[in-house]
Design a binder for this molecule. Sequence first.
Ligand code: FES
Ligand code: FES
Length: 160
Amino acid sequence: MPGKIHVQTTINGASTEFLCEARQSLLEVLRDVLEMTGTKEGCNDGNCGACSVIVDGRVVDSCLVLGVEAQGKKITTIEGVASPDKLHPVQQAFLENAALQCGICTPGFIVASKALLEKEPNADEGRIRHWLAGNLCRCTGYDKIVRAVMDAGQRMKAKR
Ligand code: FES
Ligand code: FES
């Protein structure tokens, strides 16, 4: 297809190919090309974290990454967080702590929290609040989200 670039990447463990324009963000590719709409668009300018995904182990705002930059990378989106038979402990803790209202920010918070707890299972409240400073929520007031992440950390530690 003229004007489009072929990209080969790995998304949620699956080898994935797509065609995109050089100007398209990874967020646009995920949502509009690959129809993976779990990753949300809030601001589209790097301020809200709703579009958070993990690229080669780092949490990034997918609205600030070009689709072509996915070439050769390993990407985790919210669709890859749960296992086939059960929710990830972070997802379960969000449910049980009522840590969401409208839900637009939730995939970004869950992806970012998972990345933190996998690296720092002993993250305390201050560390969690600092880590999640790039994820904005207009509904919950953050306390329930932070409680959910602390709860998930305890569950993940107990499983180790
Ligand atoms: S949509 Fe990417 S940071 Fe807001
Ligand atoms: S639950 Fe609505 S923005 Fe966070």
